[in-house]
Ligand binder design. Sequence first.
Ligand code: SF4
Length: 701
Amino acid sequence: VEQKPQVTAVMDTQCPFCSVQCKMRVEEERSAAGRFSYKVTAIPNAASEGRLCVKGMNAHQHTLHRERLVHPLIRREGKLVQATWEEALDLVSSRFQALQAEHGTDSVALYGGGSLTNETSYLLGKFARVGLRTRYIDYNGRFCMSAAASAGSKTFGIDRGLTNQLKEIERSECLILAGTNIAECQPTLMPYFTKAKENGATLIVIDPRMTGTAELADIHLQVKPGMDAALVNGMLKVIFDEGLIDRGFIRSRTKGFAELEQHVRALNLADIAESTGVPEALIRLAALAFGEAKTGMVFTARGVEQHADGHLAVRNFLNMVLATGKIGREGCGYGAVTGQANGQGGREHGQKADQLPGYRLIENEHDRAYVASVWGIRPEELPGKGVSAYEMMEMVHREEIKALLVMGSNPIVSNPNATLVEEGLTKLDFTVVADMFLSETALLADVVLPISAYLENTGTMTNLEGRVLLREAGRSAPGEARHDWQVLCELASRLGRGDYFAFENSEQIFNELRLASKGGLADYYGITYDRLRKEEGIYWPCPSLDHPGTKRLFEKSFAHEDGLAAFQTVTSDSPAEKADHEYPLLMTNGRQLSHYLTGVQTHRSPTLEARNVENHLEIHPHTARKYRIEDFSLVAVQSKRGVVILRCKVTDSIREDTVFIPMHWGGVQNVNRATSPQLDPFCKMPDFKTSAVSIRPYSEY
Ligand code: SF4
């Protein structure tokens, strides 16, 4: 008689591959022959309403991969070899201490990630300032959310991904998706938009490519890369000229309108059409659709934000939201569509160079004093403000930083100007990487520390709505892998700072985080593990245990001291790097459905990898003909910074003056070998999305 497989584990968890944080159940079964198989089903009633995309369905595969790191590794005679935790942690602490004694505490830097739990993000910030006493900490979320975060902070006084709930999308009459391809990046959000369309909404997509998302649009504005701010000025001009502004809202809830109005009214729509590449009639159509709608929401993502003027471009979208009074009521609002799994929570608790937990500012005396009191140190012991992620890489390259601890990130692949970044990392005196796999960055490390995966580590994640969700471990980590927060506590102990890191589980860390965020903008004080187990996630701010959480922001006032939202006049009207004779095309980049970030995890999921085994370049047929490029041939894409070699796909879904490369590969296929490191002065976001390049057949390279 054939024996039925036995269910050996049932894990209720959340997908680790984007900011929606879809809930799911992973069931592990063992056959009579001892083989394991896995069944994945969506759990309804979460942010994704019971949907999962192909990434979520296969997110367990990498956690089972044979390349999982199960022992610490130490470089000996040029090779990474197995070591004990004692050896590895002793080496890390002694080298950090020696380098700090010789070069000062700021000679050691930390580099975190936007996929870490809130608890680890918080602890990493504390470890930098209290454990190592260095000012240098930043994280890869700098490349994800910083432009939207700074724009939200300046306009509204607070930065939360969505100002309202996802389910309000269905009740909105007009929706703008700018620089976001949710059909590939957050697929389970698509039904919100299709439902809105069924309800009669107009969908406007702004993107240089005809993406899966753009195919759903009623109006597609195929803008030139880097021209979003100018395009919005055109839409604002139509809205102002047609009298579609909400004077009452502007008068009672905002400031700075007169200057914006004066600037925009003087603009010429034909000039804007010319510079943005979007026909005047289409700009007008989109502006009328948004201006005339009674309700509307605007979403931006990296296509708008990853520019040297990303902050201002987002602010101009917010100008449009405010001018038409579309915020703080049902079906109205703004959303930054976060890419990383914890892009929202990862930036709230002190991983950023300039921030302390709860969005407190490291340069604000009151904020420093409060957080120091929670941490049990004197305010003057807290280091000052550090620098942004790419600036840190430049300091590494200049040998001003001597040692680096990287946790849950792969900076060699994810930074712009990747060749310089890789060169810099080889100059470091000492590099430590905590990861699940030997990523491109880990391969250069002196010590590699194996850490647990999402199925193995309990912690909270904050999704793109600002909804805090508890993700509980379903099984133990393989081999000797440890939780990232445990590694930080162990290291702190060896550095003589163990008293400040006496945590036995993630809930204890969360409880300290709650206290540290209390009274801050991102106030988590009222959120507890107990509540999260009972409730369907809780939206911050949630200042007390009996507070229900804040589902919709700005109903009565904004978060600035005077309660008003701030308009910003935006004059920016050209990309920082322009095409020229030598580099005649604009290169932009983005995601693909089956991969996540630099692909460290998804390249190790056989099902996901099989969908996209190599990188590619998208190019318009006319452009391909001009440069003698054949479909599927190998091409060399060259910028001032470096060259990318990859196969090309000829498609008329992209503008003739633009080429597109996905961002999930390292080595010669890494798009970031060519991307521009020019930084936005407001938020230090690099200009990933507009790099001037030339292209030729690989045979001529
Ligand atoms: Fe949901 Fe995003 Fe995971 Fe897809 S990748 S299942 S949309 S969380």
